[in-house]
Design a protein around this ligand. Structure first.
Ligand SMILES: Nc1nc2c(c(=O)[nH]1)N[C@H]1C(S)=C(S)[C@@H](COP(=O)(O)O)O[C@H]1N2
Ligand SMILES: [Mo]
Length: 523
């Protein structure tokens, strides 16, 4: 019994490892469904929102505590590792159970293995199609999913029979002849063979991934050869303040899946339907030929901790939705648009808002480049003043509807409005540039960002420890929808202190919640 539990677990884990590597290769080489990771995404879909939210908060907390890389990168890697570890655990437990159950019979395990594999494969295919990752008609994809599982089941049964045969032979051998049996060796050979297959495919996968890592050529970004509109601003950032325009590769990334959806732009069309007389499809080129709208935008995730890096600013280019909607001729009853994404994410937006605010746009470029895959290629929505949770990436269709509907995160209990809160952060405490004033008291340049969605920032104040609040200088922002960089020279005595910051929205509303602060150590 104990042997079966152990052997089953080992075989289950090794075979799952093999399945992981082969599925991953299938995904990377041919864009085939990758069941173990997709299973994780599917579980995230069916879990209650509160559990999901707690998970996200944990992930952010862990990322902050680890101090390695950005929150986005740590979170994505953690998700993928969790998914793979989960698959291995399931494989191990399932393998044990399989070995134990089959131990009660003398029949070979190949047929049950194949049947079991086929059942699992069918479930997996069902999950894949629920996630829309097996498009209808893609029978090759379904065959791949079911086939890999059947092959696993077959291998599992076959290996189990080899191991059982070897075990019973060696029992007999030791009982009757006390000769050290060669069957211990044959058991070992089975394990080693399986481990080699798993190891080999994993190495192959790793080599392929490294080799195919896209070396995107030096494509010109808008910011490569243009000055920022506020280049002449009088107030300059303190050394150590984050970049005013976030380099694309540093822009945070948050989405619901372990992987980026693959979109074939030659086949991609924006589908427009619902309460409209003539449903239509629009290509990316058609959108690019519309009059472009360029906007500097600060995007933030609602999960961004104060001072965190889930916030970034770049230059967004797209087409105002008002222009398009006006032309699409919706029925009078239509009141909202439901915007749907390739990954199953969705959000509704009121036609009233689109009519009022021409800045609401379908975006196809960031910093002059087509959107990067992880940032929503080919198309994403922009709605000023709202958190990222309200702004679908990888948009595939737009439907005119006659009512409001909660979006993906709202159905999971998040804030209905998703309006960005006012927040301010101390990025830099430049003690190296401290200057002594007349009384021998020194002043230290400090700086950072303040942001209140599209509502603007009217004032930023800083203080040292519990001293007086002092007004900071505001740098002219890139636009009314970006963060504002601020700086101040704060007086400080020697020793350990804390600099805190707070801001006020355009209309004077003070920021709510705790103030961000940073250590100031003067020696
Ligand atoms: N299709 C889709 N769009 C999405 C999401 C998603 O999971 N799927 N996440 C949203 C959230 S929560 C945020 S914060 C922003 C992040 O955009 P970025 O990854 O380009 O920074 O995308 C939004 N749009
Ligand atoms: Mo987010």
């Amino acid at each position: 019994m104990a042997r079966r539990v152990r052997d089953g677990a080992i075989v289950g884990i090794l075979l799952t490892g093999l399945l992981l590597a082969v599925s991953c290769l299938g995904w990377k080489i041919a864009g085939l469904p990758f069941v173990p990771l997709d299973l994780f995404d599917w579980i995230a879909r069916v879990l209650p929102g509160s559990v999901l939210t707690a998970g996200i908060d944990w992930m952010v907390a862990i990322s902050l505590a680890l101090h390695v890389g950005t929150i986005s990168a740590v979170a994505k890697t953690t998700e993928q590792l969790m998914a793979m570890a989960g698959a291995l655990v399931i494989g191990g437990v399932g393998g044990s159970a399989f070995f134990v159950v089959l131990g009660y019979s003398n029949e070979p395990a190949v047929l049950p293995g194949v049947i079991f594999g086929a059942i699992l494969g069918a479930c997996a295919a069902l999950i894949e199609s629920q996630l829309n990752r097996i498009p209808s008609g893609a029978s090759g994809d379904a065959a791949w999913v079911v086939g890999t599982f059947v092959a696993c089941g077959l291998a599992f049964g076959w290996i189990r029979d080899r191991l059982e045969g070897a075990a019973s032979n060696s029992d007999r051998a030791s009982a009757h002849t006390r000769v050290i049996s060669a069957n211990g060796d044959s058991r070992r050979r089975v394990f080693v063979g399986l481990a080699c297959a798993t190891g080999f495919s994993t190495v192959l996968e790793a080599v392929w991934s490294l080799g195919s890592r896209r070396v995107s050529g030096p494509r010109a970004r808008w910011s490569d050869d243009h000055q920022l509109p506020n280049a002449a601003a009088a107030v300059t950032p303190v050394t150590g303040t984050r970049r005013e325009l976030t380099p694309l590769e540093d822009h945070y990334r948050i989405d619901i899946d372990t992987r980026v959806p693959t979109i074939d732009v030659t086949r991609w069309r924006l589908k427009i339907g619902g309460l409209i007389d003539h449903p239509l499809e629009v290509t990316l080129d058609q959108l690019r030929h519309e009059e472009p709208l360029h906007q500097f935008v600060t995007l933030s995730c609602i999960s961004n901790p104060v001072g965190g890096d889930l916030i970034g600013t770049t230059r967004w280019t797209g087409v105002s939705l008002r222009r398009l909607v006006g032309r699409w001729m919706a029925r009078p009853r239509a009141s909202h648009l439901k915007v749907m994404s390739a990954d199953g994410f969705f959000e509704t937006i009121a036609l009233d808002l689109i009519e009022r605010d021409p800045r609401v746009m379908l975006t196809y470029a960031w910093d002059g480049l087509p959107l990067l895959a992880e940032h929503g290629f080919p198309l994403r929505l922009y709605v000023p003043d709202l958190y990222g949770m309200k702004q679908p990436k990888w948009v595939v269709s737009i439907e005119f509807i006659d009512h409001w509907e909660p979006g993906y995160w709202v159905t999971r209990g998040w804030n209905r409005e998703g309006r960005m809160k006012a927040s301010s952060v101390v990025d830099a405490v430049d003690v190296k540039s401290a200057r002594a004033d007349r009384e021998g008291l020194r002043t230290v340049p400090v700086g950072g960002i303040a942001h209140a969605g599209a509502r603007g920032i009217s004032k930023v104040e800083v203080r040292v420890d519990n001293g007086e609040w002092q007004e900071a200088w505001l740098r002219e922002p890139l636009s009314r929808t970006t963060w504002v960089l601020w700086r101040a020279n704060v007086p400080s005595a020697e020793g350990d202190h804390t600099v805190s910051v707070r801001c006020y929205e355009g209309d004077g509303t003070p920021q709510a919640g705790g103030f961000h602060s940073r250590r100031l150590r003067l020696s």
